[in-house]
Design a protein around this ligand. Structure first.
Ligand SMILES: [Zn+2]
Length: 74
């Protein structure tokens, strides 16, 4: 996968995260402090966050490999 594609995915996940955060903000059960630790929406946000971090790590490793001989992952 190319860096462009990875970055596109990061942007997509970030957009999904924003949408979920807006949903989370409007949920009555999320109004209380720490309520989000148990809410389903927050779990999804957390999962997206992990994916974004994974992709960003991939992008960085591709960028740092770029100077050396380029190898394809798969
Ligand atoms: Zn929530």
């Amino acid at each position: 996968m190319s860096i462009d594609e990875l970055q596109e995915q990061v942007e997509k996940f970030k957009g999904e995260m924003d949408t979920l955060e807006e949903v989370c903000d409007t949920l009555p059960e999320c109004k209380e402090d720490d309520a989000c630790e148990t809410c389903e929406t927050y779990k999804k946000i957390d999962a997206l966050n992990a994916k974004i971090e994974e992709l960003e790590e991939k992008i960085e490793s591709i960028l740092s490999e770029d100077d050396d001989d380029y190898e394809d992952d798969d």
